[in-house]
Design a binder for this molecule. Structure first.
Ligand SMILES: [Zn+2]
Length: 443
């Protein structure tokens, strides 16, 4: 993960943040809070939480060593290094937090987890404090809950309109296999849920088969069928009972082995069911390659496969502070963008040397952007690709020695727009910086 510097915070007047401590009753909560307000760590804690909430961080990490306390914020999935705290100030802050969370503040080795809340600018944030002694000292994580609008459909998660229509049409066809792919941590389960919710699940019978140990949020009108891997149950254990119920669509949460893939191929080709599953891969073509490497019935697979998605989560440029620049003709040519139609691209805000130093070379305090709080990015979205399997791609899947390159070439010849090219469109639209696109494509 990339690490970038944010500006330090000044320690003058206290921001209007109030804590609600843990406790069985309001009196106990108040007593727990009163016990920490006189602490020299308390004002620093108010600054830390107010600053992290302003910068939209959902996780603060504090690493205590002999000398100091290193602080990092996670914002939109990226780590930002903050100025380190003096060790004694960090100790006071941590003791205060532990007391507010109802934990033993003297304990610095054992793992402890507790909760408190912070109210700031009319919004309430639940904070989960996790402390654990480590070899170098103590590691502390503060998870900050942020109320986000639920991402329920494909539009909200950022899939472009033409792709949404095409994907939903394919999912609504009877028969055919659809695979969803992403790297771990790139929002696969959100896309899965959004896609299934966009289908005609009120008209056809959907079933989701998943391991009880990894079961996710239920989807309305999609019946979950759970098997318990901790009891030695597998997908095969529940399949006979699933088939007795004659579903139209069988969704398998994890496509991890040849038997599962062969089962899907059989259901698709011989029972004319729609089958849907997901797997980890860098992009759609790689997902197909990974499935081929499981050595399934290859002809059956090529016949069954209808479409494959790929995706990456990206940080969107803050529209309040993004900086336009004129791309060079060479850059535009590399990106395959017509110079006449893309006069400017945007990058995230980076102050120039003149903006942050005065005539004497002294640093000037700059007000951070009021929308994003300074990093230049605001919220995340996805880049998506949809590979629709046609006869040319099917033939490439039947190649005796398939490779990602050969498959990608066939896909491109059939007009498939790759994840990279979908990302470049978003760069041209000013939603995404080229740096951010390059960062996520390197994964
Ligand atoms: Zn901004």
């Amino acid at each position: 993960m990339s690490e970038e510097e944010l500006k330090p915070i000044p320690l003058d007047n206290l921001p209007p943040l109030t804590f609600v401590a843990a406790g069985e009753s309001a009196d106990e909560q108040e007593a727990n809070l009163q016990s920490v307000t006189p602490s020299p760590g308390y004002p620093h804690l108010v600054f830390l939480l107010a600053d992290a909430i302003t910068k939209r961080s959902d996780l603060i990490l504090m690493d205590f060593t002999q000398q100091q306390c290193a602080v990092r914020y996670q914002v939109d999935g990226t780590w930002y290094t903050m100025p380190p705290l003096q060790r004694n100030i960090g100790d006071f802050m941590l003791a205060s937090m532990k007391q507010m969370a109802g934990l033993d503040f003297m304990e610095r080795r054992a793992r402890q987890v507790g909760k408190f809340s912070a109210e700031y600018l009319r919004s309430k944030h639940k904070c989960t404090l996790t402390c654990q002694g480590v070899e170098s000292g103590e590691r502390v994580a503060i998870e900050i809950s942020r109320k986000r609008p639920p991402t329920e459909n494909l539009e909200e998660i950022g899939m472009r309109s033409g792709m949404r229509t095409q994907l939903v049409d394919i999912l609504n066809e009877q028969g055919g296999m659809v695979l969803f792919s992403a790297l771990p941590g790139d929002g696969l389960s959100t896309t899965w849920k959004a896609a299934l919710q966009s289908t005609d699940r009120f008209m056809r019978d959907f079933m989701v088969l998943e391991d009880k140990q990894k079961a996710e949020v239920e989807i309305e009108n999609v019946e979950p069928v759970l098997f318990d891997s901790s009891k030695g149950e597998t997908l095969g254990s529940v399949m006979p009972s699933v088939l007795l119920r004659e579903p139209n669509v069988v969704c398998i949460a994890q496509m991890t082995s040849a038997p599962i893939l062969n089962q899907m191929i059989d259901l698709t080709n011989n029972s004319e069911l729609t089958t849907v599953s997901r797997l980890h891969a860098k992009h759609a073509v790689e997902a197909v390659m990974r499935a081929l490497m499981l050595k399934p019935d290859r002809e059956g697979f090529a016949r069954a496969l209808r479409a494959v998605t790929g995706q990456r989560l990206v940080r969107m440029l803050c529209t309040n502070c993004r900086q336009p620049y004129q791309p060079s003709p060479k850059l535009l040519a590399q990106l395959g963008l017509p110079a006449s139609r893309v006069p400017v691209l945007y990058r995230h805000f980076q102050p120039s040397a003149e903006e942050i130093t005065d005539a004497n070379g002294q640093p000037i305090e700059m007000e951070p952007c009021e929308v994003c709080g300074g990093p230049g990015y605001y919220e995340r979205t996805g880049i998506y690709e949809l590979l629709v399997v046609d006869e040319r791609f099917r033939q490439a899947m039947l190649d005796p020695q398939p490779t990602v390159q050969k498959l990608a070439q066939a896909a491109a010849q059939s007009g498939h727009i790759s994840l990279r090219d979908e990302g470049i469109v978003m760069v041209a639209q000013g939603k995404l910086s080229l740096e951010e696109l390059q960062r996520v494509l390197k994964k």
